[in-house]
Design a binder for this molecule. Sequence first.
Ligand code: SF4
Length: 270
Amino acid sequence: MSATLSRQQPQHSAVYGPVNSWRFGRSLGIDPICSVSTCSFNCVYCQLGKIQVTTTQRQIFVPTMQIFDDLRAKLPLEQIDVVTLSGSGEPTLALNLEKIIGVVKKVTRLPTVVLTNSTMLHDPTVRSALKLADIVAAKLDAISSNQLQQINRPVETINLPDILAGIEQFRQEYQGHLAIQTMVLSRWTPDMVKDYIEIIQRLQPNEIQINVPSRPRVLVRQLEARGNNIAQSTPYLVQNLKCVSGDILAAVATQIHDAINIPVTYPAVA
Ligand code: SF4
C-alpha cells in the first residue's frame, strides 16, 4: 500500500450523474469507493489523478445501506439507460460488491454495468459477484509486462499473466455481456495489433471498446472527477494528455474487427 489515509464516513452521495457515456448512453454512476481514491492500478491517464491508496486489499468503503439510501434519494429515475459501478477507484475492491449490485438492480430495475481493471478477477468471490451484472467492461491496456508497468503502474503483486488468466476464467463462467476496454495511448505497430488479436481470441469477449484518454486528468484529487464533467470544473489544475487521432483509432478498430469478427466500438475523436 502506498499510503494509509484515514477513512471517514463519506460526506458525499455514492450516486452521481447521470453522465453521458459513449459506450452505454445516459449512465447513473455508483461509487463504491468515494472518499479516498483507491485502486490496484495508478494509470498514467487516470482522470482521478494520482491514486491516493494503491492496494489489492478488499474492504467495505461505503456501507451498502448508504448506497441504498443515496439511490432512493435519486428516484424517480428518468432518461437513464444504465447504472454503472465505477467512481473513485476499482469497484471490485469493495467487499460488499455483490450486495451493492443486488441493491442497484432491485431499486433501479435498469441494466447494471461494472467497469473493472481486471486485476481482481482471479478471486472467485469477485467473479461470483460480477455474474450479477448485465455488462462487465474489463480493462486490458497492456499486451506486454513492460506496457503494464508503463501504462497501468500496478501494485507490486500484479502481473499480466494473472490478469489474462483471471479474465479468461471469468469469461468461462460469465453468461452476460463481456466487453474488453482498451486505452490506445500511441500508434500501434503491426506486431502489437497481432499480439492484441491473439489475446482477444483467447479471451472471447462479446465486444471490444477502444478509446483514447480524451478527458483532462486532474492533478489534485477532486471527487467530481469520477464523472465526465471535469472539463467544465475550473479552476482545477488539469493535464491534457496527447491522444492518437480518430483516424488511427478507426484503423486499429478495423484491423481487429477484420481479423476476428468481434464488434469493436470506439468514440468519435476530433
Ligand atoms: S484502473 Fe481506472 S481508477 Fe484505477 S488508476 Fe486506472 S483509470 Fe484510474
